[in-house]
Each structure stands twice: as C-alpha cells, then as structure tokens.
Design a protein around this ligand. Structure first.
Ligand SMILES: Nc1ncnc2c1ncn2[C@@H]1O[C@H](COP(=O)(O)OP(=O)(O)OP(=O)(O)O)[C@@H](O)[C@H]1O
Ligand SMILES: [Mg+2]
Length: 365
C-alpha cells in the first residue's frame, strides 16, 4: 500500500491536560545487512490514539516499535513525536531513548528485585529529577490507578505475576510519558489474567492520555483494545483502520483472512460479466461472511468440500472444510448444516453476490 496513511481522530480524552502527542512516520525503513525488516512505512497517529501493530511473526512489528523507542536507528525515513523529529535515517539523526518522553512495557519486563513496589515506581521519577513532594503525590496516584496501594511496601518476589506486571506498568506511566509503547506485554500470562490486564491497560491508556502503540500477533487482543489497527506484513503496512473498518472492509485477502473469529470465507473463482463463478483455478477470491454461507449435502458440483472438523461456538457450529488448497470456516445453526457435518463431503451454498472480491495472490486480474 503506497502513500501516507492518516487515522481519524481518537475519541475525546478523559483528561484535559492529557500529555499525548501525535506520532508521524515518513518513509520509515530498517535494514539489517541485506535483510529488510521494515520497508517504507508512512503513517499518522493522532494524539491519544491506541494503535495496535498486528501481523504474523517476523513482519517487523517489534522493529518498528524499537525505532519509535530509540532502541534501533532507522536506515531511512523520519519519526516525529508531536512537532519534534526524533530520528532521521537519511541524516543519521537520532535522539536517545531517555530524551524522547516515551514509556515502554516489554514482555520481559524486569523489576528491581531489591526495591519495594514504591521504590520501583519512584526510580524513574528520581531519574527525571522530580522533587520529593511531587514524587510522593505521583506515586500515590499511580498506585491507585493500578490498584496496588496495599502492596506498596512489598518486594517483587512477594508478588504474583500479574501484580508484578502492574508494577511494571505503574513504573512506566509514573513520569507521564507522552507516548506509551507496548511489545506483547501480556503474552506470558495466563488467559484469565490477560483479559483482566487488557482492561487495565486500556484504562491506564485513557487516564494517562498518552498516545499508545501496542504490538501483538493476537488479533483478538488487537480488536479488543485498539482504537486503530495497522496490519503489517513483510515489513509494510497492509491496511490501517479502525477494528470495524478492517472487519467490514478489508483492503486485501490477507487482511480478510487474518482477522475475525472465524475469518471471512474466501472462495477462488473468476468473473463472468457482472457475476462471480467459483473456479478452483480462478484469479479472483470472493469474500463472504462466515455466517452467510450455508453448508448442504454434497451433490458433485463445483463447490463440494471435504468436512474437516466442527466445534460449537455460543450455540452455533463452526465447521472447517477444505476446498482445493484452502481451508474455510463457516458458521451455521440449521439442520442441514448439522446433517452435513456428519458426512465427509458437503457443499457450500454461497449468497447471490460476494461482499467483495480480491485479486488472488500472485495472480494478475
Ligand atoms: N538485530 C537483528 N538483526 C538481523 N535481523 C533482525 C534483527 N532484528 C530483527 N530482525 C529481522 O527483521 C524481521 C522483523 O523482525 P521483528 O522482530 O520486527 O518481527 P516481529 O513482527 O516483531 O515478529 P514476532 O511476532 O515474532 O515478534 C525478521 O525477519 C527478523 O529476523
Ligand atoms: Mg516481536
């Protein structure tokens, strides 16, 4: 996708004195030797937004975040936080991490084991030369925000994993950074805790007013947390939009297949006049909603599929079938669907017209 991408403004912030600043990336790139990790990214993130960078392993999410943080120098392009350019790959200009007004929470966060919770949170305030009364007030405020007041005098070893994570978050937000960066901060926690901390992080984001950039490869997490999502692939941004826009109007087949539980149904085929004709060798992929496609008994036609598995989801069935080299998940609750699930072969009944069509990867239109 070429050109610069701009996000709609984020919802109003709860604090009038919100410190969030807009972030803008222009032609940002990073090479490691001959390998391109990030390839010419341009985007604008409004102040106070919660942007999620989402994409498969190795697509350049962490490298992008590390360049924002100042831990990696771009090989091309610029990064501006507010009206301040903090990195310029072409000019070799690079503001060090400590002078960017950012806070970072990474997966492998480390608390200082010899310091109490209070001291851990106080440390960055000392480094930033806050006065003792300012520090006291801010520590109290931050402890309240992450609901750790009662544990302030404990050491990290006396806390659960989730509590330690909250201390790490409190320590990050205490100096009021204008940008918060998160790299899969919840990925080593159990499922229940992840959901709790997700909600907590979103509250912290809102109350701090900081502009947040959050990296994950978990689309459920992305869709639950983001005001805006950038889907990345091979070092580039495939699509940028609100969660709703990505689900309703995916720009590419890659986005359509990456998002949604289950994701959209994509059927190969070709165009004949105004209509779409299913064809395993066709150059198009037609997109349908997983609950708009019906499953029926096989009849030896073009859309016969192999039934692979079926699992209940909130009173309905999600059935995975194979069509040529594609796996397709559809959602149904009618008797025909249930009957078809019992057979090894079934047939897909498509709505009259697809939601949209894409050029098939590698195939010209
Ligand atoms: N220091 C480095 N030296 C060489 N190559 C690197 C370096 N750091 C990252 N890369 C490569 O750059 C590409 C992008 O890596 P990056 O860590 O940004 O991916 P990611 O999207 O965060 O993936 P994951 O979801 O697995 O964390 C990968 O191909 C990776 O191997
Ligand atoms: Mg990563």
């Amino acid at each position: 996708m070429d050109g610069r991408m701009t996000l709609a403004p984020a919802p109003a912030l709860s604090r009038p004195d919100a410190p969030g600043v807009p972030i803008s990336l222009r032609g940002l790139g990073k090479r490691f030797g001959a390998a391109v990790a990030v390839d010419d990214i341009s985007l604008d993130v409004p102040a106070g937004a919660f942007l999620v960078l989402l994409g498969p392993s190795g697509c350049g999410k962490s490298t992008t975040l590390r360049m924002l943080a100042g831990l990696e120098e771009p090989t091309s392009g610029t990064i501006a936080l507010g009206d301040r350019v903090v990195a310029d790959g072409g000019a070799g200009m690079h503001v060090p991490p400590g002078r960017r007004g950012i806070g970072m929470v990474f997966q492998g966060y480390a608390l200082w084991p010899h310091m109490t919770v209070r001291q851990n949170i106080e440390w960055p305030l000392r480094v930033a030369r806050w006065s003792a009364p300012e520090r006291r007030a801010r520590i109290a405020e931050t402890l309240a925000l992450v609901e750790l007041e009662a544990l302030a005098e404990r050491h990290p070893a006396q806390l659960s994993g989730g509590q330690q994570q909250r201390v790490a978050i409190a320590r990050t937000i205490a100096p009021r950074p204008s940008v918060l960066l998160f790299d899969e901060p919840l990925s080593n926690l159990d499922a229940r805790l992840r959901v709790d901390l997700r909600a907590e992080l979103m509250r912290v984001h809102r109350e701090s007013g900081a502009t947040s950039v959050y990296v994950t490869h978990d689309q459920g997490e992305a869709l639950a947390m983001a005001t805006h999502v950038a889907v990345m692939r091979d070092g580039r941004i495939e699509q940028l939009g609100t969660p709703q826009e990505l689900l309703q109007e995916p720009a590419t087949a890659f986005v359509a297949e990456f998002l949604g539980t289950p994701p959209a149904v994509l059927v190969p085929g070709r165009g004949e006049g105004e209509s779409f004709v299913p064809d395993p060798g066709g150059a198009l992929l037609a997109m349908y909603r997983p609950d708009a496609v019906r499953l029926a008994a096989a009849d030896g036609g073009a859309l016969d599929v192999d039934v692979l598995e079926s699992t209940p989801l909130a009173g309905r069935l999600v059935t995975t079938v194979r069509h040529g080299d594609r796996r397709i998940a559809i959602v149904g609750e009618d008797a025909a669907h249930a009957a078809a699930v019992g057979a090894a072969r079934a047939r897909l009944v498509l709505p009259a017209s697809p939601v949209r069509t894409f050029a098939r990867e590698g195939a010209g239109l």
